[in-house]
Design a protein around this ligand. Structure first.
Ligand code: KG4
Ligand code: ZN
Length: 349
């Protein structure tokens, strides 16, 4: 039997089981992450962040990210196994993020997964990074049932999804330009705050007030799409105007005003979408879901509107491999095939 036949057979043997171990690999951006999961449980999860490396460039440099994934991945897999007190022979499946993300960075994870799968003669299941973020909610809320609404806000994506299962997610609204996290990062840069901007803006905003008037895109329109480029440009213009007049900028007030608007629109659209489509549960996902103003705001809006709002812990909102393992568990149950060695990374998946 060739590799694919063996892999497919092994996948069929576990498809309806819950007690096997998945080794999950995530290298889509600047975090090298490996986790071992079983069903919806995390057995071990390790992350090597490259933030300190990219900070000096003010953002992620793709080539540098790829090189650092190569340096870290082997040791992280060893560490994940050690922490789980398991060996390679205990692993039944490798789950790997194949997209969306930086092509070179994704390729490191995909190539590693293929090599390991060949050596161990076990199946590879490919996982979409965005769907992975959604599945972080199944780890933190074990009784979560579909369908539900998911607000996904990360550095590359901002979407409101109606989630039926891994293969069926209906997009109710999405950004037409910048992603929410991207806007946080760009506004932080204009304010002279380091990368990544989200946590920096959040911190800076604590000392500020919502005093700078900023625009809301699509005001009064009845769809759930987002646009962050107008908001971002308004902040940039405000800062440049002040600089030209040699007036002092209250960074905390700018950060607070931007954050209030940036998360306000996420909350308003998500609650409206849940009401329109009669959903009683909203799950939140992606790096921006680590933002306290968003977490508190959407939780309170949920209480007001009698909608159950689920928030994974912050370390499951930002990039991690445990969410990829959890997504794989569900994808396998739904019939995901074993991949062969032609599996490729897809930056726009
Ligand atoms: O999901 P994620 O870790 O990676 C992507 O898939 O993009 O999201 C990263 C994004 C960055 O833009 C970062 O600035 C933003 O999430 N972020 C935050 C916070 N923590 C991370 N944005 C706002 N507030 C935060 N606390
Ligand atoms: Zn992500």
């Amino acid at each position: 039997m060739g590799y694919l036949e063996i892999a497919q057979k092994k996948l069929e043997e576990i498809r309806n089981k819950d007690d096997y171990y998945i080794l999950a690999v995530e290298t889509s951006c600047d975090e090298t992450a490996v986790a071992i999961t079983r069903g919806k449980d995390i057995i071990s999860s390790v992350i090597s962040s490259q933030i300190e490396i990219h900070k000096r460039f003010g953002g992620v440099v793709p080539e540098i990210a790829s090189r650092n994934h190569i340096l870290s991945i082997g040791n992280l897999v060893k560490e994940a196994l050690e922490k789980a007190d398991l060996e390679f022979k205990d692993i039944s499946v490798i789950a790997v993020t194949y997209g969306a993300g930086l092509l070179g960075a994704l390729l490191v994870g995909v190539a590693y997964a293929k090599a390991l799968a060949y050596a161990l003669k076990i199946p590879i299941v490919k996982i979409n990074h965005i769907k992975g973020h959604v599945y972080a909610n199944f780890i933190s809320h074990k009784d979560l049932e579909t369908p539900f609404i998911c607000l996904l806000a990360s550095g590359g994506h901002t979407e409101i999804l109606e989630v039926y299962n891994y293969n069926e997610m209906n997009t109710l609204g999405k950004t037409l330009d910048d992603a929410a996290g991207e806007a946080f990062d760009k506004v932080a840069r204009v304010l002279g705050l380091p990368y990544p901007g989200g946590p920096q803006i959040e911190n800076c905003a604590k000392e500020g007030k919502n005093t700078v008037v900023l625009p809301r895109a699509f005001k009064g329109e009845k769809h759930f799409n987002f646009s962050y480029s107008g908001l971002k440009t308004a902040v940039i213009n405000y800062v440049h105007n002040k600089e030209m007049k040699v007036e002092e900028i209250n960074k905390a007030d700018v950060a607070c005003s931007f954050q209030t608007e940036a998360v306000g629109v996420l909350i308003d659209h998500t609650i409206s979408a849940a009401k329109k489509y009669k959903h009683k549960t909203i799950a939140v996902a992606g790096g921006v879901a680590a933002n306290t103003a968003l977490r508190e705001g959407i939780k309170n809006a949920g209480i007001k509107n009698k909608i159950n709002v689920l928030l994974p812990p912050k370390n499951l909102c930002t990039d991690n491999a445990a969410m990829i393992g959890a997504a794989a568990y569900f994808a396998i149950k739904e019939g995901a095939p074993a991949e062969n060695f032609s599996l490729d990374a897809d930056a726009n998946a």
